[in-house]
Design a protein around this ligand. Sequence first.
Ligand SMILES: Cc1cc2nc3c(=O)[nH]c(=O)nc-3n(C[C@H](O)[C@H](O)[C@H](O)COP(=O)(O)OP(=O)(O)OC[C@H]3O[C@@H](n4cnc5c(N)ncnc54)[C@H](O)[C@@H]3O)c2cc1C
Length: 265
Amino acid sequence: MSLRIVVTVKYVPDATGDRHFADDLTVDRDDVDGLLSELDEYAVEQALQISEARQEAGDDVEITVLTVGPEDAKDALRKALSMGADKAIHVEDDDLHGTDAIGTSLVLAKAIEKAGYDLVVSGMASTDGTMGIVPALVAERLGVPQVTLLSEVSVEGGTVKGRRDGDSATEQLEASLPAVVSVTDQSGEARYPSFKGIMAAKKKPVESWDLSDLDIDEDEVGLENAYTVVESATERPARTAGTIVKDEGEGGKQLAEFLAGQKFI
Ligand SMILES: Cc1cc2nc3c(=O)[nH]c(=O)nc-3n(C[C@H](O)[C@H](O)[C@H](O)COP(=O)(O)OP(=O)(O)OC[C@H]3O[C@@H](n4cnc5c(N)ncnc54)[C@H](O)[C@@H]3O)c2cc1C
């Protein structure tokens, strides 16, 4: 049996960097370094584990990593390739600037259809937008089952199975392929790329597609067609030095007075 896995990976601004909004209130991506969303590393890891298990059972497996994002988003693809994915697709187009979740799901779904797939593996949420809705939107657009927020996932024959840990119950779920799954940060540590993996990634194919390759009109995506936009943003005030209490016998009292003044106690 052959199994084609597409992993959706997002290139996100580094949360440790200083992030700003541009004049149109979209995130200024030129101003900050980016990286593969850490939550998508779990998706790559689960795809690799499924691949290893299925190959051991004699199946042919191919993992394609897919990103929709600016030129630098290739870095996220290279990281996923160095972890062990087989090939990559980068969808990039100037008209995508400011695209919201609905538009992003359209682009992803069209690209997944064009690539060909049996299973789509996504992260539980991106580390910047954190909406956690893209996998469900993609499944709806593809017209296939979605099994989201899995902390364990496997493929047996034409079925994907997984475990979802909720607050009050643990569910065992399954869906017939083709399907979309999303995995949580409890699904298992993502592997570090080995030196061999990093060198091999340089030779793996990365295809670039734009909107015309996917038969998407510019009026279906972009900031002007977004259902969600940022209307206003205010810079966070700079951190103040804080209050230092020197204990000269009255330290405890002063501390309690400070906390009471801030309504903490
Ligand atoms: C070209 C482009 C420009 C954008 N410009 C801006 C901007 O200027 N300002 C702004 O605020 N937002 C911008 N966005 C962000 C975008 O609106 C949201 O990030 C997007 O709607 C997804 O929402 P989310 O990140 O909350 O996804 P979630 O639903 O939290 O993501 C869940 C999972 O879906 C997958 N996924 C999500 N997004 C992508 C992606 N792009 N590629 C591959 N997989 C993905 C990942 O597997 C992820 O773990 C832009 C997006 C694109 C593609």
